[in-house]
Ligand binder design. Structure first.
Ligand code: C6P
Length: 422
């Protein structure tokens, strides 16, 4: 039986009802060019549920004051909400100690923090850092800057044509005794879920530290830092149903203790004299200046929301969506090219191309039907080079994505083909 004629077999994920959850996301209840909005760009940023909006609203309406500074009710309430959010996020990723959760603006800042603070102290001339061909620029450029400054070497784990990391080559690269291995948990472009536990174990056996970019993992699957065993884990809040401006670096406590501050200023100090200062304890040593208080409070609410649904249920739902998309799109949209591994090996991301039509044109026409997808290189230019693709279009999912959204995408793509055939 060919892919075209195979019936769609997807088990419904009983524990999660995306149509009901949609009601929690007011932004989704709108029309675009006269069509109901079909939002398929959650890998770029997710939409925000009512509890997140409410938590931020409450902070600004009732508690707005700076944190850790005022000895008065508003500041105490703001501080309690801000620090409480740290505990919620620690629960979401299985971090045993909330003081090892460092607030950042996003995953990019979290990775840069490690590159500047740990990297500048520990990477020397000739040292090797191992990355992969599928990294987002956020987990590539900071290491390029560091390697150029320190005259260190970057090595890359290649991918197969299906977008899976070549573990055999990783094993060979580990013989170079790298100081650091940094890789994404889930690829933002292909959706590949990398074997983080096994890769971390192998890297540690070779004497390397491990940084995992979890920007596309935390929003979509159960993440347990303790089980992964890595040394640093970075992610953005805005992809995990939280607000923009919220992000996290988790680090192993003894490493964070030994690292110098990334930025200097208020709140990150214990004592300041004219010619020297003493640093605050964790996590505040890395949080100079007034933080994005409402954003981190919103992220705490997002963590509660996701935990309330259950990350196993989120993962099961996205697996169902990916399986459905991988079956439906080739059947309904003749000639469509799909990239990436099988549904069981990928998160909620489906990149594609319609031969002969630029993905920007595809996205623009889809927009006229109310369908939002991303088109371009998705901040993974080296990965696109490796796959010999100038660009791709990408549909990406979240808890509120339904099978009907994928049907709408298929119908929209047929319209694109008709338009460009004419
Ligand atoms: N990927 C996408 O559309 P920031 O911008 O710091 O919130 O996230 C950076 C980042 C880091 N790692 C991975 C794996 C990512 O996917 C992203 C962001 C978005 O795919 C925007 S380019």
């Amino acid at each position: 039986m060919t892919t075209e004629t195979r019936p769609v077999v997807v088990a419904p994920s009983a524990a999660l009802d995306p149509a009901a959850l949609k009601a929690d996301f007011p932004i989704l209840d709108q029309e675009v060019f006269g069509h109901p909005l079909v939002y398929l760009d959650s890998a770029a940023t997710s939409q925000k549920p009512l509890p997140v909006l409410a938590a931020m609203d409450e902070y600004y309406r009732r508690d707005n004051a700076n944190v850790h500074r005022g000895i008065y009710q508003l500041s105490e309430r703001a501080t309690a909400a801000y620090e409480g959010a740290r505990e919620k996020v620690a629960r979401l990723i299985g971090a045993p100690d909330p003081r090892t959760i460092i607030w950042t603006r996003n995953a990019t800042e979290a990775i840069n923090l490690v590159a500047y603070s740990w990297g500048r102290r520990n990477i020397n001339r000739g040292d090797v850092i191992v990355l992969t061909e599928m990294e987002h620029h956020a987990n590539l450029v900071p290491w390029q800057i560091l390697a150029q400054e320190k005259d260190a070497d970057l090595e890359f784990i290649p991918i197969t044509d299906d977008g899976v990391l070549r573990q055999d080559v990783f094993d060979v690269l580990l013989r170079l005794k790298p100081k650091l291995v940094a890789f994404t948990h889930v690829s933002n472009t292909l959706g590949t879920i990398n074997p983080v536990v096994e890769m971390t174990r192998k890297a540690h056996e070779a004497g390397a530290l491990v940084l995992v970019d979890g920007a596309q993992a935390v929003p979509h699957l159960p993440v347990d830092i303790a089980e992964i065993g890595c040394d640093f884990y970075a992610f953005s809040g805005h992809k995990a149903l939280g607000p923009t401006g919220s992000g996290v670096l988790w680090g192993r406590r003894e490493l964070l203790e030994a690292m110098p501050p990334f930025m200097g200023g208020g709140d990150m100090i214990r004592e300041v004299h004219l010619r020297r200062s003493e640093w605050n304890e964790l996590p505040w040593k890395f949080e100079a200046g007034t933080p994005d208080i409402s954003a981190q409070i919103g992220l705490g609410a997002a963590a509660d929301y996701l935990l309330g649904i259950g990350m196993d249920n989120v993962r099961a739902h996205e697996q169902e969506l990916v399986a459905y998309a991988l079956e439906t799109l080739p059947r309904e949209v003749p000639g469509i090219e799909l990239y990436g591994p099988s549904a069981d090996q990928r998160g909620g991301v489906v990149p594609f191309n319609l031969p002969g039509i630029h993905p920007h044109d595809v996205a623009q026409v889809l927009d006229r039907f109310g369908i939002a997808v991303r088109a371009g290189h998705h901040c993974t230019m080296p990965l696109h080079e490796r796959l010999d693709l100038a660009a791709t279009a990408r549909a990406s999912f979240q808890v509120y994505t339904t099978l009907e959204d994928i049907d709408a995408l298929a119908a929209g793509l047929k319209e694109v083909q008709t338009l460009f055939a004419g």
